[in-house]
Structure formats: C-alpha cells, structure tokens
Ligand binder design. Structure first.
Ligand SMILES: C[S@@+](CC[C@H](N)C(=O)[O-])C[C@H]1O[C@@H](n2cnc3c(N)ncnc32)[C@H](O)[C@@H]1O
Length: 961
C-alpha cells in the first residue's frame, strides 16, 4: 500500500490533510480509534494505465464537424452458408471459385499451400473469401454445405448500414466527488474536484476540433443509445475493435414487448395492453415494432446484427455470454454458431431461476447462458480462470462423502453414526450437527486407487497391514508400490499419511473433504446467491454475471454490456475492478443503473500494485480461521499425487476472495453518462440546414412527417387524463420560423402555432425566439415547441415567454420514434408526445456566503386549462445538482433520491465519519451548502418517473438572500 503515483494519492486530492480541517473525513484513521468508531474512508479504484479517446461534451455538438458516413457491415457468406446454385446468391460464385482453387492446389506439392493467400473480391473490392491452402479451401467448401437457419429477409440482407455517430458526454458522476462536495470542499481544490470526476477539462475548441484524437484517462461509461449504433461508434470513432475482453448480453427474450421493458423508474409492474404502461423509448419501440411486423424473423435479424458487431469488439482471448430463455435458446445458438463459428462455442449454462413451476404441463424453471469465445475452443487463446465454489454441507455432499473419521480415530459410515450418547440420529438431514457433536471430525470418501494399464513399479502387489493387495490383471496403482532406490514408495507414503483404506479385497484412497473444500464451477448453475431485491423487472442476479466475469476477465480488463438494464454488469465489473461500458436505449433502466452505481459500496480488494490500479491484480493470501479452516483466497489442494510424491499441496487461487482492506469503504469510481446524438444538419442554428441538398430534403421530409403525425394523432395526451385536441393542422402560409399551425378545440377555439425540431439535436434558443416573435405578430394564442431535445436557454425562454410579452409556450417532448417513417402507423398519440414541465428551483445565498438549492416543486403545464400544475419535489425519483455548471457537461456534485434509503449503505459504512445532516440532504429536497464556482451558475436536473431529464440553470447573481 505504499507506492503511489505522484499527485494521484489514493485519496485523490486529500494529500494535504492539514489543509482539510473543515472536512469531517478522517482519512488516516484506520486504527478503529475514536471511541469505537471504525474510521473508514471512501475510496474508489482508478484505471491508471488505460485510456480512451477524448469524447466531446454535450453542448459542443453544433460545432462538431467530424462526421462519418454510415458503416456498412457485410455478413461473411461463408459463415452464413446457403449453398444455392441457382440464383444471384454469391455462395455459388464462392463455391465455384473454391472448387477451382482445390484443383489448382491439389497439383501443388504437399502441404498444398499457395505462395500468397488467394482472395475473391466483390465488384466493390470487398473480400468475399480468402484461402491459403488446399486444406482451407476444402474447409470453406464444407462450411458452405452445412445446414443453416433461414428466416424471412435473411437472404436479401447480405449487408446492412449503421449510422456512424459520435458519443457526447452528458454527465460526469463520481460518488467520491459527491462525498467531498457535501463535506464543504473548498473551491481552491477545484482541480482535484475535476480529477475526482475524471474530467480532463479540455477546452471547447479541442472538444470540437480535436475530439477523438487525444487519449484521455479511462473512466467507465453508461451510454444511452441503440446498442448497434453505440457499438458501431465504439468501433469506428474510438477504434475499440478487438479490445473488449467480455461481453454480457441479456437481450429482450422474445417478441412480446411489455415483459422486457419497464416504463417507470419506480414501478416494476408491467401490465400488458395498458397504454400507460407502454414504454415511450424510441429504440425499443422501434425494435418492438420490427419484431411485431415480422415477428421472430425480425428478432433474429436484430440479434444477428448485434452479435456481428459484438464479435468485432472482442479481443482474440475474449468471450461473450448471451442470456436467453427456453423459447429462443435454439435460435440464438444457431445465430451465434453462424456469427462466431461453431468451433468457438464453449458451453450452454442452465441457470435455475425459480424453485417450482405452476403450469399444467411443465414450464422451465431456468434461463440459459450461451458462452462463445472469439477464438476457437481448442485454440489455447481463450482467457479463462477457474472459479471454485465452496462445497455446501448438505445431503448431496453426504451422498458423496459417506464416511466420517471421528476425533477418537474411529471411522464410521454417516448412516451408522450415532450421537455421542449412543442415541439414534440421522445425520444426513442435519450434516452440520456432525461437527457440533464431534468437533474435529473429518468427512471423507473412499476413492479408487487403481487404474487401467501396466506401469513400471505400479503394476505390482502391495502389502498393507500384513495382507497382500494386487492392482488386478492389466491394471496399476495410481502411484508406485515399490521404488528403485529403496526410498518409500508412493503407496508407503499414502500408508504413512493414513490415507489407505483396506476395503473389500482392495485398497482404496481416503480423500477428505478438507483436502480441498471447493469444487470447480461446472455449467450447472442451480445455487445462486447474490439475489437482492431487484430494482428492475428483468434484472439479472448479480452472481451470474460475477461468475462469467471472474472466469473470463482479469482486473483492469474491459467489459461491455449492450443491454445494460439496471446495470448489473456495470455493478459487478465495478466491484471487481474491471473497466466497463454499458449501453441501453431506455432512460428508465439507465436511471436505475445510475442510482445503483452512484450509491453502491464494495469491499476494497487490496491491490498488488497501487500505482497500477486494478490492472496490477488483487492480493490473495492463505489464511486460517481460529478453528483451523482455510478462509483465505489461496487454498491448498491436497491430492493423492502430492502425498505420494511427498510434495506440498498445490495452492489454488479462489478468485472471488481477494484480501480486503477493511478500513476503506469502496465506492464506484468516476463514470460518465453519454449518448449518441446525430451530428447536426443545422450548424448555424438558423433553422436552415446547411450541409447540402440531401439534408435540406431530409429536413423537409421531417417537417412533412411531423405534420402528418399531428394530423393522424391530433390529441396530445398530457398526463393526468388531460388532452389537447388539434384540428386543421397545416403548414402556416408565408412563414419564416413556424412549422405548423392548428386550432385547439378545448373550450374556445384558438389558433396555435408549432415549431419543430431539429431532427438531429436540440431546439435552440434562436429557433424558439424567432417562432415566438412571429407567433406574437400573427396573433397565435400559444406556441408548442416540439423537439427531441432542447437546449437549456431555449427552455428558459419558453418558461418566460408570457412574462416577456410573447405568446405563452409549451415544450413538447417528441419521442424519437417519430423519425421512424411508416412505423408510425400503429402509434398512439400518447406515445408520441409528452408535455414536459420544469422544476421550480430556488437558489439561496446563505449568510456565510455559501449557497443552497431547494427543489420546490415540479411545474407541469396543463394545456387543457392552460394552467400550471405542481408535483411535490419529494415525489421525484431523483434530482442532481451541478454547483458550477459550465453549460456543457453536467457534473453531478450532489445527487438526491428523495424519501428513499438509496444512500443508506454508504451512510452506514461511513458511520460516524459524516454528520447525519449530510445524508439527510441526499434524501431530501434541499442541497447541502456549497460555494460559488467559476461559472457563476448552477444547474439542477430532475429525473421524472419515465426517466426524462428536466434541466434548469440558475445564475448565482439571481440568488435570493
Ligand atoms: C433483459 S433487459 C437487461 C437486464 C439486465 N441484465 C439487468 O440486470 O438489469 C434488456 C435491456 O435491453 C435494452 N434494450 C433493448 N433493445 C435494445 C437496443 N436495441 N439497444 C440497447 N438496449 C436495448 C432494454 O431497454 C432492456 O433494459
């Protein structure tokens, strides 16, 4: 624990403890002093050695210029074999080419290899097949002839395009930074504060002009977006191909929608057919509609595309685990065979998830994990660490270890074992009481001591306790029975160690349970711990992910989950010092994952080399309990061979038991919240697309589509059963800034105006202002600004428009599935738009010149009455405060989960280190006091129950006293 990087103390910024008198943290107190106070400190792991390309922050996207064309992925037709000789299928061409090569190579001398690999290219230059030798050509031809899974649309889809989009950083989160802020962190420590967030503080010019050029220090990442698009971005903006060690993928299990997606942050109930319970997440809706349209066919396409990109991301030693249920197991295996190759299949793992089933026939009580590696199973390349499970003392175990050696030296079969007072007792049903009644007793089993075959010094008789035993005709002892040099033979040593059992006519080996009280994990996973109260409807038991991760990765490795959900993979990866990226299309699970990670506590596994972080590995040690039981992370494994050869037992590392530094409470390290944002078509923010005719056309068609949507769905559902009904939706005549007009027929008839978009990015202040001015001139009663996102200043303008003498305005959040063309036909208006309110935030200046923020309420606009409604602040699932908002990325300096015990674990773990009021703030609606920052403004982000984010920015100079 002594070596540290200069300037990167484990405390990251707490190096000069003397200047930190204001903080209640006592970093060095590890002696349990202070009146029994454990004196624990909060720390996190940092991945010092890893980097990732610099990503731009949200807000810089209007200037972001490094656009990239969509990426085309081609299926390797030799992996997707359809040997049809009749049509336009390229397989025919490949097969004929292979046959030609085979006859050519056959004429070459053995081993029939070409000087240079031969390639077959498509007209556009793509390599369709490559072959180096006769053997390879034969193998490829054979593959072409194998049976394969076919479905509608597969044959036509030899390639597909994925938009290549940059990722923008929306939020930086760090539990340690929150803890520091709460304890009155001083502004002069600003630099270390950014360090706590893992924020490299790149100037805006660098972010816009040189994004993706610099390597930054690694921070873990939650990413909002479709897995296909995000994986493509990781591959083509960041060059992460071949760098991911393990992928855990838990996709929607099938084509029924509701059971896979949770529409509310705080409710795990998902009722089918209830409109309100339908998610409004665009990518999921899209995926759902795809699967709805072609059922299983589209589902298979959807998965195959994602597997293909997943494979590209994996390193040669990497593995992918896919979690799936009984219904689609066979399809998914076929898909994985096709994309990864059947030689890369490792095993299918049934995972028991419930104890019994209720159907009239038999329903499965398990799910499956399918494990494929990036390289063939027998390549020797696959990273693998065995995981050992402690053997459970139960009836199963006693079925194997049927005997007990009592402390007085007696050997008894368990069935015959009686209580010490001689009374009958069936210990098979109470195994633990064997050790209570007979402390020091040892369970053992009787193992065979012979095997087939003849061997020198082993296929000879052996005398034990005056009787001669023979291994039997054509057999041998498992060790030597005589030695050449007169030293004790293997059998002698077994006898000396008391390991021989003189059985019925044969000698056997006495194998104690405590020779190694563990068993290597098999593929039968029926006893899983790790199940805490789930927060997400389809949450995976964390022990499942833990086993996969421990088996196939090392500390510091990169783990990816394209289906994050509530963040189980991220949580487990964080626990075990792996780097992680987790992707989800839905804001609801990501809101849950963010909270789970931010408030988590983990053991601090001691690092072998602190200067390297987890990549240097964890410390494992052999330790024994007072009762002499092995309790450390290194356990001796005594076998017949060790005793017979007089060798020390082999030491096995129990990967899940590193040494723990108990004076440290480990919290999640810094992580980012990122999202794909399509690069803008309107860089100047003037409403005019400026990047060419194609974009202008796209913009026009977008406005047309929006008009059509409003016509088809003229009823805006705005929550609480309220609606606004639109009539006569049309483009306004001779307009400069408005996108549509309509009549509202609730009560009086009034003309209202709309401003849309842009399609790619947020509504700008300029666009809203122009629309409001024009609407004012033309006498519209109301302006609806409809966008997929909105910039904070535009939001403020909408809030204030009536105050400013402009028409009242409402921001209407459009779900991005509006961009999905004809998929819209089934959409209900309540799924298309939601009318967003704004948090009512008070910023107060305190007498000591610090500030505090109070979340007063959530203002929701009721368009039916054109009046505002309120939601109590402590009813929001979460709200965050950035005490020094830079107008770009949101640094979560305080995170509040009102009326919940979300922070309780950390509070308990740091008991006595912080004043209770600190934690009370985090479960409430008033922030802890904070000092002014250099940007002179704060931002408050409220997460509503659908995972929507509502942002308000306040200037410090407007604070009330
Ligand atoms: C079965 S859940 C994963 C649950 C997760 N294993 C956990 O422990 O919470 C599947 C997740 O995939 C997400 N999802 C579905 N389609 C997606 C897509 N195209 N891209 C990214 N995520 C997607 C859903 O939003 C959902 O949260």
């Amino acid at each position: 624990m002594s070596k540290r990087r200069r300037g990167e103390t484990r405390g990251n910024g707490r190096g000069s403890a003397g200047t930190r008198r204001s903080t209640p943290v006592n970093p060095k107190r590890r002696d349990g002093g202070g009146g029994g106070n454990p004196g624990r400190v909060a720390e996190n792991y940092r991945h010092y050695e890893a980097t990732s390309p610099m990503r731009p922050e949200i807000g810089t996207q209007p200037q972001f210029r490094k656009k990239k064309p969509p990426t085309t992925y081609r299926y390797d037709s030799s992996l997707s074999p359809a040997l049809s000789w009749d049509g336009q299928n390229p397989d025919r061409e490949i097969a004929e080419w292979l046959l030609r090569l085979i006859s050519e190579a056959a004429a070459l001398p053995a081993p029939h290899a070409f000087d240079q690999p031969r390639e077959l290219r498509a007209a556009d230059g793509t390599v369709l097949a490559a072959v180096g030798s006769l053997q390879e050509a034969v193998e490829q031809l054979r593959r072409l002839g194998r049976p394969f899974l076919d479905w509608a649309g597969k044959a036509e889809r030899l390639s597909f395009d994925v938009p290549t989009l940059p990722l923008f950083i929306h939020e930086r989160l760090s539990t340690k930074a929150i803890v520091e802020t709460l304890t009155g962190h001083k502004r002069d420590k600003q630099q270390s504060m950014f360090e706590l967030f893992g924020d490299p503080q790149h100037p805006i010019t660098d972010q816009t002009l040189r994004a993706y050029e610099y390597p930054d220090k690694w921070v873990n990442r939650l990413v909002l977006g479709d897995s296909l698009v995000v994986m493509n971005s990781l591959l083509h903006y960041e060059g992460l191909g071949g760098q991911v060690q393990m992928i855990y993928m838990d996709p929607p299990y099938n084509v029924t929608f509701g059971s896979n997606f949770q529409p509310f942050v705080r409710s795990r109930d998902v009722s089918h057919g209830d409109d309100d319970h339908m998610t409004r997440e665009p990518e999921m809706v899209k995926a759902y509609r795809d699967t709805w349209e072609l059922g299983l066919h589209s589902y298979l396409t959807y998965l195959r595309d994602r597997f293909l990109l997943a494979r590209e991301l994996l390193t040669v030693s990497g593995s992918i685990f896919v979690q799936i249920n009984d219904e689609n197991l066979h399809h998914v295996r076929s898909l994985l065979d096709e994309v990864f190759g059947d030689d890369c299949f490792i095993v299918t793992i049934p995972i028991k998830k419930k104890g019994s089933q209720k159907s009239d026939l038999i329903d499965p009580v398990n799910d499956y994990l399918i494990w494929y590696a990036r390289s063939p199973r027998d390549s020797g390349l696959i990273r693998f660490t065995p995981v050992y499970l402690q053997r459970q003392l139960d009836a199963d175990l006693l079925g194997e270890f049927k005997f007990v050696e009592l402390p007085d030296g007696r050997d008894v079969s368990i069935v015959e074992l009686r209580a010490p007072d001689g009374t009958e007792r069936d210990y098979r049903f109470r195994p633990q009481s064997i050790f209570e009644d007979y402390p020091g007793a040892r369970l053992y089993r009787s193992n065979p001591l012979t095997s087939g075959g003849l061997r020198k010094n082993q296929s000879v008789p052996y005398e034990y306790k005056g009787r001669i035993y023979s291994p039997g005709p054509g057999r041998c002892w498992k060790t030597t029975a005589i030695s050449d040099d007169g030293s004790p033979s293997g059998m002698d040593r077994l006898a000396q160690a008391g390991r021989l059992i003189a059985g019925e006519g044969q000698l056997r080996f006495k194998s104690y349970l405590d020779d190694f009280g563990y068993v290597a994990l098999s593929n039968w996973w029926d006893r899983l711990g790790g199940a805490s109260d789930p927060i997400y409807v389809v949450q995976t038991n964390s022990e499942i992910v833990q086993r996969c991760l421990l088996m196939t990765t090392l500390p510091g490795d990169l783990v990816l989950d394209p289906t994050c959900g509530s963040g189980t993979t991220a949580y487990v990866a964080e626990q075990w010092g792996r780097r992680w990226i987790s992707i989800d299309t839905s804001r609801v699970p990501l809101a849950l994952a963010r909270q789970r990670l931010l408030t988590a506590t983990f053991p601090f596994y001691k690092l072998k080399d602190e200067t390297r972080g987890p990549a240097g590995g964890f410390d494992y040690a052999r330790r024994r309990s007072k009762a002499g039981r092995e309790v450390g992370g290194v356990a001796p494994h005594t076998t017949l061979e060790h005793i017979a050869n007089n060798e020390p037992p082999k030491e096995r590392v129990l990967v899940d038991r590193p040494e723990i530094e108990r004076s440290i409470v480990r919290v999640t390290g810094p992580f980012t919240f990122e999202a794909t944002i399509p690069t803008p078509v309107d860089w100047e923010g003037d409403g005019v697309p400026d990047s060419g005719a194609a974009d202008a056309e796209a913009y026009g068609s977008f406005v047309d589509r929006m008009l059509e949507v409003l016509r088809k769905s003229p009823v805006l559902h705005v929550g609480g059963g309220k609606t606004v009904t639109l009539r006569n939706v049309r483009p306004p005549a001779k307009t400069l800034s408005l996108s549509a007009e309509a009549m509202v027929v609730n009560g009086d008839e009034r003309a209202v105006a709309f401003v849309f978009g842009p399609e790619n990015g947020g509504l700008t202040q300029l666009a809203v202002h122009e629309a409001l001015k024009e609407a004012s001139l033309k006498g519209y009663a109301h302006v609806y600004a409809v966008g997929f996102a909105i910039q904070p200043d535009a939001r403020l303008l909408i809030e204030r428009s009536a105050e400013m003498g402009l028409p009242p305005a409402t921001y209407v959040q459009a779900t991005p599935d509006l961009m999905m063309g004809d998929l819209l036909k089934n959409m209900r208006s309540s799924q298309i738009f939601s009318v967003c309110g704004l948090p009512d935030v008070e910023l107060r200046r305190l007498p000591d010149k610090r500030y505090e923020v109070k979340l007063a309420k959530l203002n929701l606009f009721d368009p039916a009455t054109m009046a505002a409604k309120h939601m109590d602040a402590d009813d929001v699932p979460a709200w965050f405060l950035d005490t020094d908002y830079n107008s770009l990325c949101f640094h979560v300096s305080q995170a509040f989960f009102p009326r919940t015990g979300a922070w309780d674990d950390l509070r308990r773990a740091l008991r006595g280190e912080y004043d209770d009021s600190v934690w009370d703030h985090l479960a409430g609606t008033v922030s802890a006091p904070f000092e002014a920052g250099e940007h002179g403004q704060v931002a408050v982000k409220v997460i509503d129950d659908r995972g929507n984010e509502l942002l308000v920015v306040k200037r410090l100079r407007d604070a009330t006293a």
